[in-house]
Design a protein around this ligand. Structure first.
Ligand SMILES: [Zn+2]
Length: 81
């Protein structure tokens, strides 16, 4: 996490994990792939809570975290978060 309060690619948007994971156009294609993968695991639309593995289903948590980890590695964002 940088000290900058805004997304590095979107000067008007807040630099938050939720924005980066779900809304930033810089990662949109990865985001769509991630949400598509998650939608196969659970019927309702995934939220940031699901992406961060806060579900009450341990099996779902494990799969969600793996998908989110893959997402973060694609654009080399681990150092940023
Ligand atoms: Zn952005």
């Amino acid at each position: 996490m940088t000290d900058c309060p805004h997304c590095p690619w979107c000067p008007t948007q807040p630099d938050t994990p939720e924005y980066l994971l779900l809304y930033c156009p810089r990662h949109h294609s990865h985001c769509v792939a991630l949400l598509h993968s998650l939608s196969a695991l659970q019927p309702q639309r995934s939220t940031l809570t699901d992406l961060l593995g806060s579900s009450t289903n341990p099996n779902l948590v494990f799969k969600s975290l793996n998908l989110t980890k893959t997402f973060l590695q694609k654009p080399n964002q681990l150092h940023h978060i």
